[in-house]
Design a protein around this ligand. Structure first.
Ligand code: HEM
Length: 477
């Protein structure tokens, strides 16, 4: 907790205290004295900038802090042991938080949005599509896409690297999920999911949007959403229908080594498969969860490399040594150690899934506190990864923080860009492989130079996007 603040007499802060209600006695962490909207005039409580709020809470109230919002208790955790309690040890006492459950209006009961028991079953059925061996099949497609991409650039081109990574990552998802290039269908999925993501914050804040949608009550933002969702349904359902028909006609070639083949073939222990509706939900979930996160991780990596020529050169030296003029493939992954460390360090500073939330359904004991059911818990990899208690000189880009030796010293929840526990990212292996192979194959041919003087900031939407274009000059090697 910050020194020198008189919590007892502060107008902003309130010390830890005991609260007795009809349902029990609770021990509330230190935090804000009044409900959050009361402070909206403060620079740290600006709408749409929750990172500022979380940083402020962690700095002033310590690793476990509290505020009230619309009658709900909200707790922010900035402590690895407390985060482990929520994500792993007491995971069964939590459900998804509203910022994610609201996505159900788009993703239905897919892996990302559902709670147990639906989640457990989906995870069992979808898991084989992400097994190590299977991900290795996808590596070829990742490499092929990247090769085509890097050959399209010209020496001296100036590009917005975020736009480039979004399109490349989309191509990779299209090839690995549907065994197709970015054709008209994929473009439509992309366009309509982007439209929906653009109004995501509005959708989250809209009270009872589900009922408005169900009864087709005409509200402009929701109408736009419903239109895009109908288009997405049409395209995704058609892709699934056509694939099923093709498989029925030619069962021998049903496995096209893509994610969709795996989802169609997967069975639960009792032999049951995903229904058409579940297939639609999972396909859209994997599409959305899989492409923007990786694209943002890579965009931030290029930004850091282009502004740190020494580290960019060190990575290139490794790539030359491991590959010579060969293209990096799956077998090279393990030897591209510095490249892996660069990707890790970029995700430390700019974790694409910058925050996670849970809502408790039982009393929760964490640290020396006890919170009632219905409390919203938030944790942020962005805030914790930049905490000097865990990373000295935290803003310095230093890939050597991720050597095997350093990693062995670290608690899992000091570096958790992929979360943890039963909801840990199912695509983590996929993302590491895509990130490292793409960095190696592009760096082999290109050096990036940052164009000085541009503004750089984060935009904390559902993922951590660059707020402005990341413009850099490409130099052929
Ligand atoms: C750098 C890239 C990525 C990052 C940083 C990332 C991060 C995360 C995180 C932190 C979670 C857990 C959220 C929570 O606990 O609330 C998650 C879940 C998930 N991710 Fe990823 N992800 C990435 C790439 C991918 C890819 C490539 C795929 C699929 C191809 C994917 C699919 C999913 C799915 C389906 C879930 C929900 C899992 C569940 O709840 O069982 N992600 N991701």
């Amino acid at each position: 907790m910050a020194d020198g603040i008189d919590f007892e007499n502060s107008y902003v802060f309130r010390p830890a205290h005991t609260l007795t209600t009809k349902t029990g006695e609770w021990r509330i962490p230190p935090g804000l004295r009044k409900t959050l909207p009361f402070y909206l005039h403060k620079p740290w409580a600006r709408l749409g900038k929750p990172i500022l709020l979380f940083e402020y809470m962690a700095q002033n109230c310590g690793p476990i802090s509290h505020y009230m919002l619309f009658g709900n208790h909200v707790v922010f955790l900035n402590d690895p042991a407390a985060i482990r309690e929520v994500l792993v040890n007491q995971a069964n006492k939590f459900v998804r938080e509203r910022t994610i459950t609201r996505l159900k209006i788009l993703l239905g009961e897919g892996l990302l949005t559902s709670d147990d028991p639906i989640h457990k079953r989906s995870r069992r059925i979808v898991a084989p599509a992400f097994h190590r061996q299977r991900i290795h099949d996808y590596a070829d497609e990742m490499v092929r896409s990247t090769q085509l991409w890097r050959d399209r650039w010209h020496n001296g081109d100036v590009v917005d690297m975020n736009a480039e990574m979004m399109t490349l990552s989309l191509d990779i998802v299209a090839r690995t999920l549907f065994a197709t290039e970015v054709d008209d269908d994929i473009r439509q999925i992309n366009e309509h999911s982007n439209r929906i993501m653009a109004i995501y914050n509005y959708l989250v804040s809209f009270p009872n949007a589900e009922a408005f949608l169900k009864y087709k009550i005409p509200v402009p933002g929701l109408r736009r959403f419903a239109k895009s969702r109908a288009k997405l349904d049409e395209v995704v359902n058609r892709i699934i229908r056509e694939r099923k028909a093709a498989n029925a006609a030619d069962p021998e070639h049903a496995d096209r080594h893509d994610l969709l083949s795996m989802l169609l073939a997967s069975r639960d222990e009792d032999g049951s498969a995903l229904s058409d509706e579940q297939l639609r939900d999972e396909v859209l979930t994997i599409f959305l969860a899989g492409y923007e996160t990786t694209a943002n991780a890579l965009s931030w990596t290029w930004y850091l490399l282009s502004t740190h020529p020494e580290q960019q050169q060190a990575m290139y030296a490794e790539i030359r040594e491991v590959l010579g003029d060969r293209t990096a493939t799956l077998d090279d992954y393990a030897n591209l150690k510095y490249t892996q460390m660069v990707f890790a360090e970029a995700m430390r500073l700019y974790p694409p899934a910058w925050a996670m939330g849970r809502k408790s359904i039982e009393p929760i004991e964490v640290g020396s506190y006890r919170l009632p059911p219905g409390t919203h818990f938030f944790l942020s990899a962005y805030v914790l990864h930049r905490d000097a208690r865990f990373y000295p000189d935290p803003l310095k880009f230093d890939p050597l923080r991720h050597t095997e030796e350093e990693k062995a010293k670290r608690d899992k929840f000091e570096f958790f860009p992929f979360g943890g526990g039963p909801r840990q990212c199912i695509g983590e292996g996929f993302a590491w492989l895509e990130g490292v192979l793409l960095l190696a194959n592009i760096s082999q041919k290109w050096r990036m130079e940052w164009i000085a003087g541009q503004p750089v900031d984060v935009e904390e939407k559902i993922t951590l996007r660059p707020k402005y274009p990341l413009r850099m000059t490409l130099h052929a090697r």
